[in-house]
Design a protein around this ligand. Sequence first.
Ligand code: MN
Length: 706
Amino acid sequence: MNKDNPNITIEDIINEINYLNEGEITRLKDAYEYAKKVHSNQKRLTGDDYITHLLNVVHILVSLNADIDTLVAGMLHDTINIGGVEKEVIKDKFGSEVALLVSGITQINNLKYNGTNETAIANHRKILVGLTKDVRVLFIKLADRLHNMRTIYMLSDAKKKENAKETLEILTPIAHRLGINKIKSELEDLSLRYLKPDVYFSIVERLNKSKNERNKFVEEMMEDVSSLLNEHRIKHEIKGRAKSIYSIYKKLDKGKRFSDIYDLLALRVFVDTIPDCYQAMGLVHSKYRPVPKRFKDYIAMPKNNMYQSLHTTVFGPEGNFFEIQIRTYEMDEIAERGIASHWSYKEQGKNLMKGMEEKLQFFRSIMEIDENSEEIDTKMEDLKDTIYVYTPKGDVIELPNGSTPIDFAYRVHSKVGDSMVGAIVNEQIVPLDYILQDNDVIKINTNKTSTPSKSWLDIAYTNQAKNKIRAYFNKIDKAEYLKKGEEILTKEFRKKKISASDMLSGDNLDKILNDLHLANINDLYINIGSGKISVSHVINTDDDKSEVLLNKVIKDNNDTEHKGDIIVEGIDDIKVKRAKCCTPVPGDEIVGYIQTGIGINIHKSNCPNVANIKERLINVRWNDIIDKKYSTNIMVYTNAKKDLILDIVSITQNNNLTLKSINNIKIDGKYSFELKVSVPNLEALNKYINALSTIEGVTGVERIIK
Ligand code: MN
């Protein structure tokens, strides 16, 4: 159908109708004869006899399987307004039911429409629907408008636009709510054609250009899907599906490019039963990868206008998106005719109207809520915070809304991100700060020698990408910081006359790393090089900055495992520890103290802590072959008013010993020092103690027993 037929006759229509009985056909013929008489001197602006309009309106109503009263009223819909007939006359001639319908359409056709703003438009729709006592009036109204739009070309441009605007604002939403899709989409396309002819024809042209290619894809896909369903013995039919021009316009209007409209390739699969729908969908998904978020189950959850179907979009062969709808024939009937499908699918008679009345009631209530529900859906989708985009191979990548090609590249692989030079989205070069859209297909251009830019940190949206960019720069910076940190420390040690190798080895290094929560000496250099840690954390500087205090090491006796160093006569393999109180060193007279359940603690023989517990002491001795240093504690008393650390450090170095910590204690304005020093044996220790005693101001040096 889909076009005006100025030559259509009543016979054509009657031949086409297969659902009326003889009496009903006679009534329709009578109505035709009456309308012809009433409008006999009237012409349409097209120059056609007025009756052609009425015949076309009835023809459209027949396509909805409208009942006889509706067809008769359709034929007579302009008799009151245009023909000047009284309502009572219609009632007498055609009955009160028809008279009600005709006066109903007359009433709403008389409504003056000037949709200046959203509220006015919504109100008008509400009034129009509210005035309608019988939903069949709306069917007639839609058929009337459809034929008027088909023949609108005679009007002035201003009039065309006015009608097109009203159609889009008032009538297509009503057609949508009533689920009469076949009328709705034709009205939309016609309205667009007159409202925005440039846009309309450019879309038509582009569709025509790609038509052959699209048809080829669709036919191939139809064959593939069909054989898939045949393999599983699902009885079906498949049709290619033309996308309405208006729906393409809406997508372009939302900022999509023509090339992005992925459901231009569309199939509709018809099966007999609901289980067949789901099975067919399962088979399609098992063969073709579905596009996330595009699967909709309107069977389990029908739309408000009763629409039912399964929808999905899949990656077809050659990387094309295919929109596939799967439904039963009955669902298709409802999809095309909506509420009017009750004429075909329910028992004829009173129940039919009751059913439709209920629907109209419901329809009224949702018109009050107003707003095109699809538009609301769209807005909701815009707010969703996840998008799905694709690699050129069709792999799906999920990203938060707001992501850029940089986020995409780093999500694919750090190497892709690090060597990225540009991005191509849907075959168009885009800037790196382009915000990715749902279903974008993204190709990242890389160059092995290219490196990230720090400005990417501002462009990237995801933390993942930002972290990876930072990681890249950290790696680059690290090498520099390491070098720099090592230089700073070396210089500082030299200045303070401290042996770097002593400071940064063994227990002292462990202690420093531990305190600063660092893993190794390289980390220490890096942190100093980058300025995160100052040198004073490693080499403590006094208030007057003139002297240094070595970082304090508290970790006592961390070199106390002496298996094999100390021999316990007659016992092998026993845990032996040097006592913390007297810290004996090789050469000291020692004794073993048996600590129940633990092992043997080694004390100096003269340690007061073991003086009175002879029964638990055993004989032990140093092994002769020890090549190891042991830490021990020394107290250096001075009467000096100044800190003697530098002297102590330099004497320690001269003695080739390792100073593990120094505590300077100020008592009555005089400094004393508690040292922990590592020594190989008693001989070296005594030599060291003597040397310390020679420092000017030192009044005494002794080993500490705590
Ligand atoms: Mn009319």
